[in-house]
Design a protein around this ligand. Structure first.
Ligand SMILES: [Zn+2]
Ligand SMILES: [Zn+2]
Length: 151
């Protein structure tokens, strides 16, 4: 569990590497493999400032094409801890980091920004090529032209 050793009046670096189970005591199945957390804690007088970044790999199902995908993520964090939270000059940051990682997740999970998704007709994954279905894209201007008949 990530606990940072503070340095009175100065800065102290920290680094944690491990699975979510090891780091947070909880198996976050989206994040398989190792999660790396690097940063530093600084004594700013009235409080301790903890800052750094979380590096991880997320495995997920693409919201658009439903294929399994993975993406490397880097999340920066900075947080102020009350000095009372440091017990024997050590701050437990496990819960903070876990919450930080989960809060940083995007609303949409796409295998890539321009994921073409699935064909609404046959369900084929359009990232793998055209399925051959006719795509009807409604365009009101074209519709107006079709209704226009020469007399
Ligand atoms: Zn996709
Ligand atoms: Zn199709």
């Amino acid at each position: 569990m990530p606990k940072v050793q503070t340095a009175r009046g100065g800065k102290a670096p920290f680094e944690f590497v491990g699975t979510s189970e090891k780091l947070f005591g909880e198996d976050l199945e989206d994040f398989t493999g190792e999660i790396k957390i690097v940063g530093e804690v600084e004594d700013v007088g009235k409080s301790f400032v903890v800052r750094g970044r979380i590096e991880c790999k997320k495995i997920f199902i693409c919201d658009r094409c439903l294929a399994q995908a993975e993406k490397n993520q880097v999340h920066k964090f900075v947080e102020e801890f009350d000095k009372a939270e440091a017990i024997d000059d050590v701050i437990d940051v496990s819960e903070f980091l876990r919450d930080e990682l989960l809060a940083a997740q995007p609303m949409k999970n796409l295998c890539r920004e321009d994921c073409k998704g699935l064909c609404p007709e046959c369900g084929a994954n359009l990232n793998e090529g055209e399925c051959g279905c006719e795509k009807f894209i409604f365009d009101p201007r074209l519709a107006a032209l079709e209704n226009f008949k020469l007399e």
